[in-house]
Design a protein around this ligand. Structure first.
Ligand code: ATP
Ligand code: MG
Length: 417
């Protein structure tokens, strides 16, 4: 893409009321637009990051047999009453709205009830199970505080998967497979080494623990106790001697860390399926409960985590797996020869299937183009200038490197292809 055509502009300052580094950098770079506290729009560059994160998640959910679907945001009240989750006293962060008739509707904050309801009529026999279904969709939660940029939104993007099994054993097998798929997701996003499976509260319906995936970060809202040898952590909310003993963890080996919850998986037992009257008939014709699990990943929150972790004073440093473009070509000086050479390089890289942002903006100083390249954070910066042309090449620098090196256009294509 030619940067002269990109409608978003970089800015020197983020809005004065923005305190979080992720939002500050992403707004300055033109990745996101703040509508209001906790509500952000994704602009072309930001949407490219979101789509890459989604692509990785989709790939891994498909690899464990997940079937993608897309549920609705508008929710009928009755299914939520069946599980006792409609009442604001029970679930305090609902957004609700009304039909012209006065009938109340919910604005989707999670989807256990509607998913189970949609399975009625489709799943009834042991032959129909096990299954896992998932979606990637906007969720709406009336969060009390929304001061962490896209880490905590009132409208945000979530991947939510739901599994349905015939027995506890079958459920546990799926649960573990998904947990492993989560590790692969975070690894591909570049945060595998600082993201830990963390025992947490299982909620009010089960005595079991849930498993959070927590990424170590100084700005995290959560506190976890980490066993670095075992690669396992415990959330502060369940950090008791009794629980540590149950989990076989030694208190003296645990270190306290701040962290951000990037994902969360829950055993649901048969709480939702029973309440919504979804059962199956086994091989002997007997009616049985269906055991389910739910598996969330905060897609937009994860983008915020990446912005927090992969950045420096000058801007973002995107991992290659999610960068909006792999290469940022900068044309300096505007002379017809340099512009022709830069355009040729842009065409060559694009033809080789490399995603390129081409800074072809005229009458802009080298300093301003360099500053924007640092702020936008593409993995490779390639400068085409009178100087580089004299040296018969282009100057290539990784965002993480101090100094670049001259190489031929062909060598560059080989490097980044
Ligand atoms: P938290 O403890 O952070 O409030 P949660 O436990 O309510 O989140 P879930 O309902 O399990 O979260 O949602 C699944 C995932 O969605 C979370 O692990 C998190 O990554 C993400 N998420 C939850 N709430 C938000 C939010 N308000 N904004 C952005 N992402 C969120
Ligand atoms: Mg949580």
């Amino acid at each position: 893409m030619k940067q002269s055509q990109l409608f978003t502009k970089t800015r020197k300052e983020a809005p004065a009321d923005e305190q979080a580094k992720n939002a500050e950098l992403l707004i300055k770079g033109g990745f996101i637009h703040k509508e209001m506290a906790g509500v952000y729009a994704f602009l072309p560059l930001g949407l490219r990051v979101i789509e890459k994160i989604k692509g990785i998640i989709r790939d891994e959910m498909n690899s464990v047999g997940g079937q993608e679907l897309y549920m609705t945001t508008l929710q009928p009240r009755d299914i939520w009453e069946k599980t006792d989750r409609w009442d604001d006293a029970k679930v305090d962060n609902w957004f609700k709205t009304k039909l012209k008739s006065g009938e109340e509707l919910g604005v989707g904050l999670t989807h256990e009830e509607p998913i189970v309801d949609a399975l009625i009529g489709n799943v009834s026999s042991y032959r129909d199970l096990p299954i896992s279904v998932y979606q990637i969709q906007n969720k709406f939660r009336n969060e009390l505080r929304a001061k962490s940029g896209i880490l905590r939104g009132r409208e945000f993007i979530m991947k939510d998967m739901y599994s349905f099994a015939r027995t506890e054993e079958e459920h546990l097998k799926i649960y573990e497979e998904v947990a492993q798929a989560y590790h692969r997701v975070y690894k591909r996003l570049g945060i595998g080494h600082i993201t830990y499976r963390t025992y947490a509260d299982g909620g009010i319906f089960t005595k079991k623990f849930s498993d959070e995936f927590q990424t170590i970060s100084g700005i995290g809202e959560d506190i976890i106790y980490l066993d670095e040898e075992k690669n396992i952590a415990v959330n502060k909310e369940i950090y008791t001697d009794e629980n540590l003993a149950k989990l076989g963890l030694d208190k003296s080996k645990l270190v306290e860390k701040r962290s951000i919850e990037v994902g969360n998986i829950f055993p649901l037992e048969s709480k939702y399926t029973d309440a919504l009257d979804l059962y199956f008939t086994d091989e002997n014709g007997e009616k049985k409960s269906i055991i389910s699990g739910c598996y969330g990943i905060g897609v937009s929150r994860t983008m915020g985590v990446l912005a927090e972790i992969f950045s420096d004073d000058n801007g973002l440093i995107w991992p290659e797996s999610v960068a909006p473009f792999k290469v940022h070509v900068l044309e300096l000086g505007d002379s017809p020869e340099v512009m022709a050479a830069a355009t040729e390089l842009y065409n060559k890289l694009t033809a080789a299937g490399v995603e390129v942002l081409f800074d072809d903006r005229l009458e802009m100083s080298a300093g301003a183009k360099f500053a924007d390249a640092d702020l936008l954070g593409m993995p490779y910066r390639v400068v085409v200038s009178t100087r580089s042309m004299k040296e018969n090449g282009v100057e290539v620098k990784k965002r993480t490197e101090e100094k670049g090196q001259i190489m031929t256009a062909d060598a560059l294509v080989d490097l980044v292809k």
